[in-house]
Ligand binder design. Sequence first.
Ligand SMILES: *Cc1c(COP(=O)(O)O)cnc(C)c1O
Length: 425
Amino acid sequence: MNYQRFFEEAIDQLHAERRYRIFADLERIVGRFPQAIWRNNGDAKEITVWCSNDYLGMGQHTDVIAAHQNAAGKMGSGAGGTRNISGTNHPLVELEHELADLHGKEAALVFTSGFVSNEAAISTIARLLPNCLILSDELNHASMIEGVRRSGAEKKVFRHNDLAHLESLLQGAGRERAKLIVFESVYSMDGDIAPISAIADLAEKYNAMTYIDEVHAVGMYGPRGGGITEREGLADRIDIIEGTLAKAFGTLGGYITGRQSVVDAVRSYAPGFIFTTALPPSIAAAATASIRHLKASQAERDAQQRQAAQTKRILGNAGLPVMASETHIVPVLVGDPELCKMASDRLLGKHNIYIQPINYPTVARGTERLRITPTPFHNDDLISTLKDALVETWDALGIPYATSGRPAVEKSERIIPLIVPAAGG
Ligand SMILES: *Cc1c(COP(=O)(O)O)cnc(C)c1O
């Protein structure tokens, strides 16, 4: 038996489908966000990162770094064990209080990542409910899908943000059966937002529990960074709010918030929580500092929205196919996996701009794209440089523009061309 062969064949298949991934070797530079050093074939050069999920640059905020260093200096590097075996480091207790307060919930529970929080919480909640039916949005993140799978519960997938479809599935199950609706607030590849209020209405009407992933919204939306549910005053209508500490909060970890009973049950029954070492105290302290800062400061949120809108406008005016997005996420359609990869390679190699190609299975085939995430630190000069680099790349590779061609003269009053990707896939 040649074991090796199976792994080589699996990798060959990815190459054949143009889905093999190569990670850029990057070194971020504190104080110079979004610049980083890129190492390739023995060379090192400075590049601009345009696809970071450190959405507000909080990973380099002085308060966050100071909290991290201070806790590490006082309490050391690791947590020392699982919470069951070794107790809870005090910074983690503080962090959970901070998170429960952020979402106006009774309790919070922190996990080692957002992925783990979804996998552990969804599977445990659905397993503890007798004969639970899970209703899951078709574009839910892989971590939610893993949670649904592991629960062993029956699952029905509803079409993306489709209330009529969701209602028909709820109706089919009836009021008496246990039901859990799992969905996201901001969907990270298209930048669209779920109809949260209407989903909460349906949940009430059919007596279902609701679980929302606010990973791409916490820190960035709502007057205190409590996400879309905070912005729309809906936090108390959703049973469980899940989030990450690794994106806008710039650190690491995931969490759920909700009623004491639910959170306590997950704490007590979820293997993905129980049998793994807790986050280090330094990370917990850094996360708390970041959350506290963003609860009080609106400046980062405003600047991010301003620069995201500016990016959409400038790229759109250049005729680039900016896809419709209601949020800070700026997807630009390429529509072909090979071209998408080539565009990304050219941007990095020739223009010192890093934007990861987004191909199938992350998005539907034919909707391959560059997913651009402007932050408060992507200033107007960087946006202008990005636009020139994209136009050069689009021309060099023959990637279709939004309209028949690139306008000879830019006019600021031109309407931003919006392209909606084909549904499903
Ligand atoms: C990134 C992501 C997660 C996982 O969060 P991590 O903290 O990175 O593990 C969960 N849900 C969605 C929608 C995500 O995009």
